[in-house]
Design a protein around this ligand. Sequence first.
Ligand code: SAH
Length: 363
Amino acid sequence: MEEILHMNGGVGETSYATNSLLQRTVISMVKPILEESILELYGTLLPECLNVADLGCSTGPNTLLVISEILESIEAASQKSNLKLPLFQVFLNDLPGNDFNTVFRSLPGFCKKLEEERGSKLEPCFIAGVPGSFYGRLFHNKSLHFVHSSYALMWLSEPPKALVIKPEALNKGNICIAKTSTPAVFKAYYEQFNRDFSMFLKSRGEEVVPGGRMMLTTMGNLRSDDPLTIWEFVGLKLNDMVLEGLIEEKSLDSFNLSYYAPTAEEVKKVIEDEGSFTLERLETFMVDWDTYISKADCSLDTEERAAILATDMRAVGEPILSSQFGESIMDDLFMRFKRDVFGYMEAHECKFINLVISLTRKT
Ligand code: SAH
């Protein structure tokens, strides 16, 4: 999974860089919580150089937006607390398959733009890339003051083991937890999430200084036995293609996406059981699948909105789906997505559910 997963690279028409407005909207919506978290960090820690990590940074404008929002929050906190601005070091982490080159290439232009906007030279700001999985150690002991991650933790390190051993019998016709999944499937996915998220917290627990903060935004759920995920709809479209003989049934039945959107209660329990961090804040908020599109441009009709939603999902799902089903069916799959998504939205409750989790490393 960790060798295959990455968002579509580059800056072209199907790239994540060009098609990540949903994730950008979410980053902007949670900015007040980011500001609050950094201000509280300032109340307890005053390092000469503030070490920040963005985990699952991906590529494109969102990567840069996160850096500038953290920078702005640090400046605001320094002003409010009447303190000198610290030096600022950012580690951008993602899996090795991520298009780090596009990120690195955009950095000089990004720094120049920031300087122009504020009309002054930036304080020294050091930016580095850190390839590797956040479900293990990435940094040395007690070296980070602030950890940020947005829309990345719902990706598991691997599909649930129970489904890999007996995939066809257990989650037939589905690519993730779906309405027709059995309790055994819920359990297998929950156990994988529990293992992965515990490992994430344990690893960060060793890397974050006592009193250091973490702010994590991830896709979540309201009820663990009633998943509302857009991947379920992608699974339905793949099923249609099986029925038409375009995909082998075996290929669909043996595929399970390494994706789990936990409930707030599940997140809370793992944090408490693992024990390295104190939970400061846990919020759930929801948006309709197409809200972020109509907010950006209210003149778009349903067909145009469906086309954007399909392209955005493709930018995220194409590498992993094509590794199982082949690149040749991708145009057809996302054409079907575009054609049918609004009909599905009329018949079902279709929301992206987001969890924002703010944590402090225990002293
Ligand atoms: N934070 C960005 C990207 C979200 S896409 C934004 O909000 O726009 C999710 C990213 O998480 C992808 O780039 C994916 O490669 C990365 N990711 C998923 N699992 C990961 C893991 N185990 N370790 C590091 N990065 C991971």
